[in-house]
Design a protein around this ligand. Structure first.
Ligand code: FA5
Length: 364
């Protein structure tokens, strides 16, 4: 279409028309635009009709075609936009009708600590009255703390890359496989002698602490195993500490966690950093001990490893095992959570299904 035949201001208005149309946010604005372009009096279309009437005969045909095309374009585009705006108005009206100002506003969902973190806090609370405080260690650990300082022999299978995640190209750095390396860090600290020739252990007369945290192993995933899980390490060093202290402490903790009727058993086991070593099981609450998938038909679920500190690990930290003794334990948090809440599969704790997490109030 030959626009150059038209007055400049109309050419300009036509160029801006699509933007003006899109800028109409409601029907009133659209009606004003419609009046300016195709209204009866003074609109661009009305002025073009006057122009056409006054045009010399030989121009009428060409100008007439241009004016008609333009008018048609404007009218169609205005109609389409009008349809859109009417639909939006109907939608808004329906929404306004559905809104009941008397209803209380929706409450925002409140965030909360994960049930496993809450259980770890509860475990710490169980031990605080006994004088335990919390110690921490890094998750990216050295072989020296994770294995060597714990009397774990060089050829022990747990050291293999089939069981442990090692950092590539960083000699001796790994993801800790248990919380026991915190024992080594604390023992070295309390065994080191200060300027006065005394160690922190000698000055304080003893230490008792918990070390909760994440650990990693290349374990196959199943209802009771995950490659990332949590442990709570516990340790006490003092004079004359024996197996009876360990049993008494754990019996107290199990009653606090599982209730006075807690049915647990203690059985001998082996860990290179304790002597003697033991494990504690809880009667499977999911089948009452009759045997199921979770307890692998044994009626019992293993919760923790424990024992009296091996003289070697005390000696390696500069602590005289003839004077000092102690016990340690490492408890699986997911296993404990499963048993406390009777959850048949620990994977549920990692799937972050809000409906499941909300049912876990009992872990506080
Ligand atoms: C240890 O990790 C020792 N460090 C525990 C220890 C500490 C012994 C202090 C002596 C003195 P173990 O590998 O058995 O032991 O693991 C301890 C607990 O962690 C198990 O009883 C179990 O409850 C939990 N556990 C072990 N592997 C997994 C896994 N893959 N997924 C979830 N929980 C696990």
């Amino acid at each position: 279409m030959e626009l150059s035949l038209l007055p400049n201001d109309i050419q300009e208005a036509h160029r801006d028309f699509p933007a003006s149309l899109a800028g109409c946010a409601d029907l009133d604005a659209l009606m004003r635009l419609k009046g300016a372009f195709v209204g009866r009096d003074g609109s661009h279309a009305a002025r073009l009709m006057d122009l056409l009437k006054a045009a010399p005969k030989e121009q009428k045909r060409e100008l007439g075609a241009a004016v008609n095309t333009l008018k048609q374009q404007w009218e169609e585009a205005l109609k389409t936009r009008q349809g859109e705006l009417e639909q939006a108005r109907q939608r808004d009206a329906a929404l306004a009708k559905a809104w009941d100002p008397d209803l209380p506003p929706p409450l925002p969902t409140r965030g909360a600590l994960h049930p496993l973190n809450r259980l770890m806090e509860r475990m710490v609370d169980v031990f605080r009255p006994l004088g335990y405080h919390v110690e921490e260690g890094p998750e990216a650990e050295t072989e020296a703390h994770n294995f060597d300082g714990l009397n774990i022999p060089q050829d022990h299978p747990a050291r293999g890359s089939a069981d442990t995640f090692y950092f590539k190209g960083q000699d001796g750095l790994l993801l800790r496989t248990h919380t026991s390396p915190v024992q080594v860090r604390v023992l070295r600290r309390i065994g080191a002698r200060g300027a006065d020739g005394l160690s922190e252990l000698e000055r304080s007369g003893g230490i008792r602490f918990l070390a909760p945290g994440r650990v990693y192993r290349k374990d196959e995933i199943d209802p009771t195993h995950s490659p990332m899980f949590h442990q709570v390490e516990g340790m006490i060093v003092g004079k004359g500490i024996g197996m009876h202290h360990l049993k008494g402490t754990l019996a107290y903790a199990m009653k606090a966690l599982f209730g006075p009727g807690a049915d647990v058993r203690f059985r001998p086991s082996y860990f290179p950093f304790v002597e003697p070593g033991a494990e504690m099981d809880v009667r499977c609450p999911l089948c009452g001990g009759a045997g199921c998938r979770v307890c692998k038909s044994s009626g019992w679920v293993e919760l923790l490893g424990a024992g009296l500190l091996h003289p070697n690990i005390l000696a390696m930290a500069g602590i005289d095992p003839a004077v000092w003794s102690g016990f340690a334990f490492g408890m699986g948090v997911e296993r404990t959570a499963m048993m406390v809440s009777q959850t048949p599969d620990l994977r549920l704790f990692f799937e972050n299904d809000q409906r499941f997490l909300k049912t876990m109030g009992g872990l506080d």
